[in-house]
Design a protein around this ligand. Structure first.
Ligand SMILES: [Zn+2]
Length: 286
């Protein structure tokens, strides 16, 4: 979200020299994960647990990518996403290689299985699809197209989750003059009126937002103020404002949460940063 009269943080597109080595490390750990994943899949023949494992693999790769982006200091969002996607795709393909390898190893030694892998891979995959698998609970046996469809969903889930998780890190503010990521402080205000905050954001009046009074407990709305600032220098600081509205109830009777980013990473002056941090750290109850 960008307001006409407010400057916002833009990732510089630069990368640190450790970005590529750290993604290579991620791929290396991905090889180990793909073996663990396949063993887990073989041990747990229940589809719900399989789905859980798939989500866990995506999350594990997402956190590894976050790590690579953070310590590799990649401020290039496109490159971060591309590398995350490529590594995640590679790991999912590896899980299929491991699957064929395991099946070859039943009748051969591991060395033989490795040497057969090149010529037997596609044959092995086709054989798996042909044989298919049973979803015991639902009492169905799926083969062919449906097996490939499930593999495609598995691939999309793993790659999608990994990219979603890494995106947040690559977009996070970075102080270019100090060469480090910004620290984050935030606070949820349940006493600030959402409409007040939102109209001040539209006017681009950052200072007035910090002076908004807490008018007591408004349970249906919340305003979250987030300050990203450089811990080394005084000049780099950004403000984000998120509005949360609780409207109606979902099927479990829980209030429905409706979140909207009103402002993302707007550049703050030194004075504004001080005001913002003192508002966030104030100890009065909200
Ligand atoms: Zn700095």
């Amino acid at each position: 979200m960008e307001k006409k009269n407010l400057l916002t943080y833009k990732p510089s597109g630069k990368i640190g020299f450790m970005t590529f080595p750290l993604f290579a490390v991620m791929l290396g750990l991905g090889v180990v994960l793909s073996i663990i994943y396949r063993i887990g899949m073989n041990l747990l023949p229940w589809i719900v647990l399989n789905l859980f494992l798939t989500l866990a693999l995506g999350a594990a790769l997402g956190y590894l990518a976050k790590f690579a982006i953070r310590f590799g200091k990649s401020r290039n969002v496109g490159l971060s996403i591309a590398l995350t996607g490529i590594v995640a795709l590679g790991v999912v393909l590896l899980t299929h290689v491991v699957k064929v390898l395991f099946s070859l190893a039943v009748d051969h030694t591991l060395t033989e299985a490795f040497s057969l892998l090149g010529s037997q891979f596609f044959y092995g995959i086709a054989a798996f699809a042909e044989r298919g698998f049973s979803i015991a609970r639902a009492n169905v046996h799926i083969t062919g197209f449906w097996v490939y469809l499930i593999w495609a969903i598995e691939l999309l889930l793993v790659v999608g989750i990994a990219i979603l998780l890494s995106y947040e890190q690559s977009e996070s503010p970075f102080c270019e003059s100090c060469g480090q990521w910004c620290k984050e402080e935030h606070k949820v205000f349940s006493g600030i009126q959402l409409t007040d905050a939102s109209s001040l954001v539209d006017k681009g009046d950052i200072d007035a937002i910090f002076n908004l009074p807490n008018v007591g407990e408004a349970e249906q709305e919340e305003v979250t103020m987030t300050c990203h600032y450089c811990a080394r220098c005084a000049n780099t600081a950004f403000l984000s404002i998120k509005g949360t509205l609780y409207e109606g109830h979902d099927s479990d009777g829980e209030p429905k949460k409706n979140e909207r980013a009103l402002l993302e990473h707007a550049v703050m002056t030194v004075a504004q940063k001080e005001k913002c941090l003192s508002r966030i750290k104030e100890t009065t109850s909200v």
